[in-house]
Design a protein around this ligand. Structure first.
Ligand SMILES: C[S@@+](CC[C@H](N)C(=O)[O-])C[C@H]1O[C@@H](n2cnc3c(N)ncnc32)[C@H](O)[C@@H]1O
Length: 477
């Protein structure tokens, strides 16, 4: 037993015996295929020194994702290094199970770290509780087919920390009805056990695979057994890592009128009296715009005749119509009826006309005539029967399709400013493929809400800007 070793030294030695790369590309593929947002709130459990995560984040950023990192590790030295690796992240020293999480995350990842926990059930329960709908729970760890795992099991037995495989992870996850396994692959490479046969190196490798802290020491008994067994290993044994990704389902069973009214009170601070009388199905009200957001937009548009495409229950129309003449269209007749009542409630019925029009129908759009500005807030789902929060990160997979709608509107109105409200979850920069545009990140009370994307003949080069609106200011007025 050698207490002068440190973990980094052991890991360095261990890595020398790994032949044939890592599961990195598989992991990236699994994330990109299944992630449901372009702005990823990432929680790394067992971040270590952060170098592996840095490689993941850099690759995702190169592909256009934005990743906000929180990481935790119980190793103080590793945490210090991870803080340097992620100067803008939040790196915590401590035990994941003792840390209160105040908000939801889009990813919880265990990269070769889940075996360090005694109570895996509690760990997974905690992640699932704090995972956003559509969020990913990712586990990378050895498979039961892995020769290093099998060696571990022979030396340390069944009940040690390391005795947990990607198959065990799948089994635990499958008991939970809120998540589905969406990616399940095995990465196969080689391990050269010849490098383990030197006894000093064997001890270092044992620390890595035992999951026992170096300070606790490996028992003499285990060391002896390992020495005996390592001689039976071949130079070119198979190494197998599982990459398993589970996705949280979209479950909005707690979507009630009461909850929607609480949301609306926050969104319409000047109209709290009207909230209980606002008409519309819960989905339409949930999707509805904010008073402050629409006021800001109204000021941007020169006064005149505005076409509002996809008005739902008219939560945007009632604010737009305070300053403009509005023609508001939607495909849903019930929502349009609700919108008419809402226009009366907000006393703007003389300024807004609601029409049932399919925005995918070029001729119907043509018959509406000319406008000074066009505002569009499509349904961000690919299919209207999908759960409300299930959105695609492709900004064109919407109802109606954003790209086709833009091209049709542009054909009909070559010189009219067209503004799209775009989901906060999507790869918004794809919109620059349509035409040069201004992409605006919209924050309300410092919370990111969505994007406004402006298309106008005057815009020659795409650019980004951020706008910060404050609800509180309205209340103080
Ligand atoms: C995000 S909501 C709009 C919310 C609205 N801006 C508000 O503030 O209340 C999107 C709307 O798009 C409508 N929609 C979907 N497909 C459509 C189509 N082909 N033509 C017109 N409207 C459509 C849906 O019925 C839904 O009401």
């Amino acid at each position: 037993m050698n207490n002068k070793l440190n973990y980094e030294e052991c890991l360095k030695e261990f890595k020398k015996s790994l032949v044939g790369g890592s599961e990195f590309d598989m992991l990236i593929e699994g994330i990109i295929k299944n992630i449901s947002t372009n702005r990823i709130r990432w929680f790394d459990v067992g971040i270590g020194d952060g170098h592996y995560l840095k490689k993941i984040v850099t690759t995702l950023e190169e592909k256009g994702f934005m990743v906000g990192v929180i990481g935790i590790d119980s190793d103080e030295k590793a945490v210090e290094e991870a803080k340097v690796t992620f100067p803008n992240g939040k790196i915590i020293h401590g035990d994941f199970l003792n840390k209160d999480l105040e908000r939801k995350f889009d990813v919880f990842i265990f990269n070769q770290s889940i075996y360090y926990f005694h109570n895996k059930n509690s760990v997974i329960e905690k992640c699932l509780k704090n995972l956003a709908e559509g969020g990913l729970l990712i586990c990378v760890c050895w498979s039961e087919k892995d020769k290093i795992f099998q060696f571990h099991k022979s030396v340390f037995g069944k009940w040690t920390l390391g005795a947990f495989t990607s198959e065990n992870f799948k089994e635990l996850i499958s008991k939970n009805k809120d998540v589905d396994i969406v990616y399940d692959k095995l990465f196969k490479a080689r391990v050269d056990f010849r490098l383990w046969k030197n006894s000093a190196n064997l001890e270092k490798n044992l620390y890595v695979i035992s999951r026992i802290p170096v300070s606790e020491g490996i028992s003499e008994g285990n060391l002896e057994l390992a020495k005996e067994l390592v001689n039976k290993q071949k130079g070119n044994e198979i190494r197998v890592n599982g990459v398993v990704i589970a996705k949280k389902s979209y479950n909005i069973s707690n979507f009630t009128r009461e909850k929607i009214e609480a949301l609306l009170e926050e969104r319409f601070p000047n109209y709290t009296e009207e909230i209980s009388k606002i008409k519309g199905d819960l989905e339409a009200l949930f999707m509805g715009s904010w008073e402050k957001e629409t006021e800001y937009l109204s000021d941007y548009i020169d006064s005149g005749k505005v076409l509002e495409v996809c008005c739902a229950a008219g939560l945007k129309s009632v604010i737009l119509a305070k300053k403009h003449k509005v023609i508001a269209i939607d495909i849903n007749k019930d929502r349009l009826n609700a919108a008419k009542d809402n226009a009366l409630l907000f006393k703007v019925n003389k300024n807004v006309e609601f029409k049932k029009i399919d925005a995918e129908n070029f001729n119907e759009l043509k018959r509406l005539g000319g406008f000074d500005a066009i505002y569009v807030d499509v349904d961000w789902r690919e299919n209207l029967y999908h759960p409300i929060k299930k959105q695609n990160i492709d900004p064109f997979k919407t109802c109606p399709r954003t790209d086709e709608l833009y091209l049709n509107l542009r054909k009909l109105h070559p010189k009219t400013p067209i503004i799209f409200k775009i989901s906060p979850f999507v790869r918004v920069k794809d919109l620059t493929k349509l035409d040069p545009c201004v992409i605006e990140e919209l924050y309300i009370d410092e919370k990111f809400l969505s994007y406004n994307v402006y298309f106008d003949a005057k815009i020659k080069k795409s650019r980004w800007q951020a706008i910060h609106l404050f609800n509180k200011e309205i209340i103080q007025k």
